[in-house]
Design a protein around this ligand. Sequence first.
Ligand code: ADP
Ligand code: ASP
Ligand code: MG
Length: 389
Amino acid sequence: MALIVQKYGGTSVGSIERIQSVSERIISTQQQGHNVVVAVSAMAGETNRLMNLANQISEVPEPRELDMLLSAGEQVSIALLAMSLTQKGIKAISLTADQAGIQTNAVFNDATIEYIETDLITKWLNKGYVVIVAGFQGRDRIGNITTLGRGGSDTTAVALAAALNADECQIFTDVDGVYSSDPRFVSNTRRLKEVSFSDMHVLAKSGAKVLQEHSVTHAWNSSVTLRVLSSFDDGEGTLICENPKEVLAVTGLALKQDLFLVECEGISAKEQRELYKQYKVLDERCDCFQIVVPKATFLQLKLAFNTKIRNISSLSILTLVGDNVEGMAESACNQLMANSIDIYQYDIEPKSVSVIVNQADLQRAAEILHKTFVITEQSQDNNLMIAVS
Ligand code: ADP
Ligand code: ASP
Ligand code: MG
């Protein structure tokens, strides 16, 4: 008998019909003789709906109260899933993160799990129950509700798998694995059978939201066997592991959208140093400089700096990821410029090359980079040969 931790994302539990289908999948795992712990996200669109309510009161809501509000979405889905399983004759219990003993630091909206007191989960497992834990939430040392950042249910699942010493952590989502780029945005992407923790970490950090970045680091540090699967179909998905069998020159292309180019003027040298530490700097004059920040950060900075900062344009970052990408920077930039795409900046780091372009050029730039460097005609031929041989 194995212990399996499964996580179901928002689309996977987006309706009562979907919740019924997820409970069938859980039952079939249990019928194979396994113990099952489940982490669940809020129903699709629910966290955004709650965020919109908060934003009608304030563009930058008070962080503690925001966590109180946003964590409510997961409480609905865990209860519905437990009801669905019980209705089908399966013993199931839902637990909030507080009840499940998930302790975090006190960083509201972006908390880190410090440890999980697993006694209660283990007690219910020993009684033969499926234990359903609210994803995304935690509690700090003095009992406040915290949340783990958007997409944080992935991290809940991995942390549960690590704390319970589970045999596998299965992340069920709306695509059947990790692809060479976002399959909803780029054409001719390919599912990867295996991806190394290190590549997956860079992909997630660079915007591939199929896994939250922290979930990958946590799995890597704790040697959790991590697999991404579809909750809509059966299939082997993608295994995230230390040493994948197939090593590609370029593993994938990650995309980060909705960034603002922000111009700052009249800010103190100390504040400027702080901003430089946290964000990409595009123009470094000391009186007036430009940084790239996510939209939500811009609203927070606006609150602090008021007229000293302004949003000049919307940008996106494309990142090629893999062991051999570092030498491709010049050629990537040339390809984009040959197609009249302006490049604001490019960066070379171990395992990654990233370029900053106008948001309006993102789609075209993504297609060009993916076709030229990731799934090239040559790599497709190689694949065909592997498939045939
Ligand atoms: P969930 O609600 O299940 O957590 P998410 O929306 O957070 O699902 O993540 C799944 C989505 O991630 C996919 O629908 C896809 O659009 C996006 N995505 C981005 N990059 C990739 C990638 N490289 N491989 C697969 N999916 C990706
Ligand atoms: N419900 C949260 C979000 O939408 C957490 C998650 O889905 O993982 O970000
Ligand atoms: Mg997600």
